[in-house]
Design a protein around this ligand. Structure first.
Ligand code: A3P
Length: 303
């Protein structure tokens, strides 16, 4: 199919919340080789940012990945600060988003990498992120001018209650999961979209990085692979978390390592009841349909 005959996604709305300001994309001047890394959240975004940085910079150590690869639609710092910073970048840009497709400005020329993860794993990761966040995080999200909607509160003491509320209130206190999953799934076959799953990255990181390199058109010299694989491993990223985690981990008193937490799936199995899991799976099936629900739960081929 030629690019002319494709129906490209069109932005239909803006999203504003304690976290989001989607309007930044309206003023983003795309370059043809831009890379946009997208997830619902807590699905391996930082991991793939690290992978892409390693591919662009051929395994170089000590890159300031978090600074190089901003979360565009996070409303702090504001777009007046963020846009000139990415405009000034001379290297191939790789930025991050957590928006559903219909709140993004979608460029036919940029390349989009979407990473999926089971909602239960997402919430377990999110709980760790939220429960460890410090005053600075609450101040940035709640007190910086421009917040739309209610502030974000402290989480429950119980991760199970946190999960049940997230499920019942469609992503509360963050943002809806199903619409993010549906909207990206619907465009998975576009030529400039690559789908990855957290479970597949865990299973075969080297193979998945090769897929990413092919998709981005980056030729990697054989001698560079060992450095790339080392710098993208969980242990390396945990030990060097201040480089890849937003603001060097300033939002967490325990530091950036708390963000690169366990790197495992299925931690919810010990805590959620069978009925909880059935409720989640029934909701996923209803919201996503069988193929998409299966893929978000397990990964594998998207066909
Ligand atoms: P856990 O909290 O389950 O440990 P995001 O970057 O989208 O916020 O996702 C964060 C999740 O990715 C965290 O999951 C973190 O540990 C995991 N992660 C980051 N780098 C990783 C790596 N190299 N290997 C495995 N998991 C990684």
């Amino acid at each position: 199919m030629s690019n002319q005959s494709i129906e490209w996604p069109v932005k239909t709305r803006e999203l504003h919340s304690h976290h989001f300001d989607s309007t930044i994309w309206n003023d983003f001047a795309f370059r043809d080789d831009d890379v946009v890394i997208s997830t619902y959240a807590k699905s391996g975004t930082t991991w793939v940012q690290q992978i892409v940085s390693q591919l662009i910079f051929a395994g170089t150590e000590d890159l300031e990945v978090a600074e190089m690869s901003p979360w565009m639609d996070l409303r702090v710092p504001p777009k007046e600060v963020k846009l000139p910073a990415v405009e000034a970048q001379r290297h191939r840009r790789f930025v991050k988003t957590h928006l559903p497709v219909d709140a993004l400005v979608f460029s036919p020329k940029a390349k989009y990498i979407y990473i999926g993860r089971d909602g239960r794993d997402v919430v377990w990761s999110l709980y760790n992120h939220h429960a460890n966040a410090n005053q600075l995080w609450y101040q940035a999200l709640n007190d910086t001018p421009g917040r739309v909607g209610p502030p974000i509160d402290k989480p429950h003491d119980s991760v199970r209650q946190y999960f049940l509320e997230w499920l019942e209130k469609d992503g509360y206190p963050f943002w809806p999961y199903w619409e993010n999953a549906q909207s990206w799934w619907a465009i998975r076959d576009l030529p400039n979209v690559l789908f990855l799953h957290f479970a597949d990255l865990k299973k075969d990181m080297a193979g998945e990085i090769r897929r990413i390199a092919d998709f981005l058109g980056i030729a990697v010299e054989e001698k560079t692979w060992p450095a790339i694989l080392r710098h993208c491993s969980f242990d390396y990223m945990k030990a060097n978390a201040t480089k890849s985690v937003p603001l060097g981990g300033a939002f967490w008193d325990a530091g950036a390592e708390v963000f690169i937490h366990k790197g495992q799936n299925g931690r919810w199995r010990e805590i959620l009841t069978e009925a909880d899991c059935q409720a989640y799976e029934a909701r996923a099936l209803h919201e996503l349909g069988p193929d998409c629900a299966r893929w978000f739960a397990e990964g594998g081929p998207t066909v």
